[in-house]
Design a protein around this ligand. Structure first.
Ligand code: SF4
Ligand code: SF4
Length: 447
């Protein structure tokens, strides 16, 4: 087993880590799929309101690759199809019925996987709607089904505050994980499994498959950082990755021939009453998962605190997300804020007295300032795990010089959000980089 230490990054001193206790949540009456939060896709609807559907019925496909389709996470009736500005499909809501009919898919016996044709597994993942759980670096779009990667990285654990703990979602599922590893071995010539160093007994059951243990501050466990540290040739830049819990879903589909809908979700953040893990459904309603503390105003972040999206009170879990974090919105004005020492105000810089406080703090969503020009403090450079100089890359993008931004390493950016978090000028650097990468990817694909 190899070890990897990532020195650059930053661990947010945030309270609210979910406990490892696992609740089973009641079956919801509705579930939903949220096309607007699946990056890159151009969805084309295949159903309309009022249609009766089964669990596993295709709801929409991606116009770029019509074979890539997204299936219903439940059986019942299409209750609503909601559109946003410019007719963007926001969500497809399914009212579940009692019986929940389910579609059947091709099954593969474990003993036959070694002899199974690679293309048969690709077709089965496309048919079963789980192909988009694979991601191709550097853009993180799902991979073109016609291509083969140099390697696949399986990422066990995500150190973004706060994501599902692999010790929780892998408990008792080592056989399913082993099945998934056999599938990946048919899809790529090499498979790497990265796990947090120091997980010890918690990941003992899957330790025979772990090839690398990784230590260091967030985002050390990101597959993009792993690739940045281990790649040997330019061809490696096309490596794919899959998250540990998603691999279990893919394995469940191929082994059982049923669309798997169970998700283990981390429920955390300082404004959550009971921080824990919970078994629920893919696309479950957020209000079925967490109770807020007495905070006046709370933001529901679906996914991690730095990379997730803001969900409504009546929102749903996304296709890719396995976490819900509740944070105080922090939208009240602070009386005489400029004379306060800031003992409980977390900050990367040493501006506040909180720099002397080694405890975790109940962070909120207040920016504590407004957008200003870059002050050349280099904070973004100090935290960037892939050694980009974010302030210079940002200036290249402002000048519309994509070639220069690429030369700075734009494509290595793992979209971790740290540079935006630490920037005292409140520049949303990560958003700029993510948008530029996506635009470049779209131009490359269209060319
Ligand atoms: S430039 Fe990219 S990788 Fe570097 S800190 Fe910013 S978001 Fe993270
Ligand atoms: S952290 Fe913000 S202000 Fe500081 S150098 Fe980077 S972009 Fe400029």
């Amino acid at each position: 087993m190899n070890t990897l230490h990532v020195s650059k990054g930053y661990d947010l001193p945030l309270t609210g880590r979910p406990g490892t206790d696992l609740d089973v949540l009641p079956r919801p009456s509705r579930v939903a799929l949220l096309p607007e939060h699946i990056p890159f896709i151009k969805p084309k609807l295949l159903v309309k309101e009022g249609d009766a559907i089964s669990c596993g019925t295709p709801l929409f496909h991606d116009k770029r690759h019509p074979r890539v389709r997204f299936l219903s996470p439940g059986g019942g009736i299409i209750d609503a199809i909601e559109f946003g500005p410019r007719r963007v499909i926001r969500r497809v809501v399914i009212r579940l019925d009692e019986t929940e009919a389910a579609e059947s898919f091709q099954r593969f016996e474990e003993g036959q996987l070694r002899q199974t044709d690679r293309s048969a597994l690709v077709e089965a993942l496309l048919d079963g709607g789980l192909w988009p759980l694979l991601h191709a670096l550097p853009f993180r779009d799902y991979p073109d089904p016609e291509t083969q990667p140099p390697a696949i990285i399986v990422s066990l654990g995500d150190d973004e505050p706060f994501q599902a703990d692999p010790a929780v979602y892998l408990a008792g599922r080592q056989d399913l994980f082993g099945y998934g590893m056999q599938v990946l071995a048919r899809l790529a010539p090499q498979v790497f499994v990265s796990a947090p160093a120091g997980a010890g007994d918690a990941l003992q059951a899957v330790s025979p498959w772990i090839t690398h243990t990784v230590s260091g501050p967030y985002p050390a466990l990101d597959p993009g950082v792993f690739l940045y540290r281990t790649r040997r040739s330019p061809a490696d830049n096309r490596t794919w990755f899959v998250r540990g819990q998603d691999l279990l879903l893919m394995a469940g589909l191929l082994r059982d021939g049923r669309y798997p809908t169970e998700r283990i979700v981390a429920i955390g953040g300082p404004a959550t009453q009971r921080r824990r893990h919970a078994i629920t459904r893919m696309g479950a309603p957020l209000k079925s998962m967490a109770e807020t503390t007495a905070e006046a105003s709370v933001r529901r972040v679906v996914g991690g605190v730095l990379r997730g999206f803001t969900g409504d009170a009546d929102g749903y879990l996304g296709f890719h997300e396995t976490a819900l974090n509740l944070l105080p919105a922090g939208d009240q004005r602070e009386f005489l804020a400029f004379v306060r020492p800031g003992t409980r105000k977390p900050s990367f810089s040493r501006t506040f007295l909180s720099a002397l406080n080694r405890h975790r703090l109940p962070m909120d969503c207040n920016l504590h300032g407004e957008l200003r020009p870059c002050v050349a403090c280099n904070a973004c450079m100090q935290v960037c795990p892939v050694e980009i100089m974010p302030q210079l890359t940002f200036k290249s993008l402002l000048a519309d010089d994509i070639e220069e931004a690429l030369a700075h390493g734009l494509l290595d950016c793992v979209e971790c959000g740290l540079c935006s978090y630490v920037c005292p000028a409140k520049i949303e650097l990560c958003d700029h980089f993510t948008r530029a990468k996506r635009r470049y990817h779209q131009e490359q694909t269209a060319a």
